[in-house]
Design a protein around this ligand. Structure first.
Ligand SMILES: NC(=O)c1ccc[n+]([C@@H]2O[C@H](COP(=O)([O-])OP(=O)(O)OC[C@H]3O[C@@H](n4cnc5c(N)ncnc54)[C@H](O)[C@@H]3O)[C@@H](O)[C@H]2O)c1
Length: 322
């Protein structure tokens, strides 16, 4: 989408990644409605943007994404203020797990679902809307498995955001409604969300988070410091560059991964194909070897067999052709 002249709403954009996304959109010529549950931060950011980009291109509306009335007021208030329809809605507000799993799930997935449902209806071409784009802020935590009990809710919620994006982001829904749905999956970025993690007691090893095998979080109590030391942190601006690539260049349903010092990449879902592939393997192994349960060990053997077969076939074809 060419964002020049478009109208965007970003939830939780008083600071952090949402604020950085807003800057990129404004720099590219869009109008942005800043929104946050924290009124003081939201207003301060809006004032800063108004001075830099012009009063007519930014507006602030307070919204707690947990409240449906606030969501409606945000959307309708934004359209009323700018006198036109919303083109881009960024479901960005989010928290970590420190205040408990239920609130984390309520904000990080339930509210995302609520907003997506509402916004699709508003943008739906069949219902008088003009179509548009929904961008959900997921996380790498929406792709990899979690590392401990305390933060499990965050990973569960972000997995929900990724699968919601892929489920809604189909060419069928786009054709019917004119609405694209995408998500951004950043790794660790230097924002407030990391600041208060680690002041509570962490237990046990991080089993596998992007190569963090064997890394004991309880040896270094502050997660932000630990992550910074181990991986470095991305700046919000760096993540926002990836956000712009997603918005301007990518397709509906796309999940873009943003990792420090790595070019952004689309992480396609191949689960359906993989399930079918394993199903074929399970059938073959039952027929050939009487295997009743197709375990990961059987699967490795199956992959090896397919690999060897593919090589033999390729060798045969190339020798036949040349
Ligand atoms: N920083 C990271 O490492 C990282 C990595 C991956 C994904 N994310 C995601 O990015 C998004 C933005 O987080 P951030 O890193 O900028 O953190 P942040 O804490 O700097 O910003 C989050 C913003 O959301 C607002 N917010 C919180 N609860 C809200 C609510 N109920 N209604 C409306 N606004 C609310 C906060 O006031 C704050 O302004 C989140 O969804 C987060 O999960 C962050």
């Amino acid at each position: 989408m060419d964002v020049q002249g478009k109208l965007a709403i970003i939830t939780g954009s008083g600071m952090g990644l949402g604020k950085a996304f807003a800057i990129k959109l404004l720099e590219a010529g869009a109008m942005v409605c800043i929104s946050d549950v924290d009124e003081a931060t939201g207003e301060k950011t809006t004032l800063e943007f108004a001075e830099k980009f012009g009063n007519n291109r930014v507006h602030f509306i307070k919204c707690n994404v947990l409240e449906k009335d606030d969501i409606v007021n945000l959307y309708e208030g934004c359209e009323k203020h700018f006198g036109r329809s919303v083109d881009i809605f960024c479901n960005n507000a989010g928290i970590n797990h420190v205040k408990g799993w239920r609130l984390c799930m309520d904000i990080d997935i339930m509210a995302v679902m609520e907003c997506a449902e509402y916004v699709i209806d508003k943008m739906d071409k069949r219902k008088g809307g003009k179509g548009g784009l929904i961008v959900n802020t997921a996380s790498i935590a929406g792709i990899v498995v979690g590392w401990n009990r305390e933060s499990a809710c965050y990973f569960v919620a972000k997995h929900g955001v990724v699968v919601l994006t892929r489920t809604l982001g189909t060419s069928k829904l786009l054709k019917e409604t004119g609405v694209k749905v995408q998500c951004i999956c950043p790794s660790f970025a230097d924002t407030n969300i990391l600041a208060d993690i680690g002041t509570q007691a962490f237990s046990g090893p991080i089993s596998d988070v992007g190569g963090m095998q064997g890394f004991l979080i309880n040896k270094i109590p502050i997660l932000k410091a630990a992550v910074e030391k181990k991986f470095g942190l991305m700046t919000p601006e760096y993540v926002a560059e990836g956000f712009m690539k997603l918005v301007t260049k990518c397709n509906t349903g796309d999940a873009i991964c943003i990792v420090k010092d790595v070019p952004p990449f689309i992480y396609n879902d191949m689960s359906k194909e993989f399930v079918m592939f394993l199903g074929i393997g399970a059938k073959l192994f039952k027929a050939a070897f009487g295997v009743e349960l197709f375990t990961p060990q059987h699967q490795m053997a199956f992959f090896l067999m397919v690999f060897i077969l593919a090589n033999v076939l390729l060798h045969f074809l190339t020798s036949f052709l040349f």
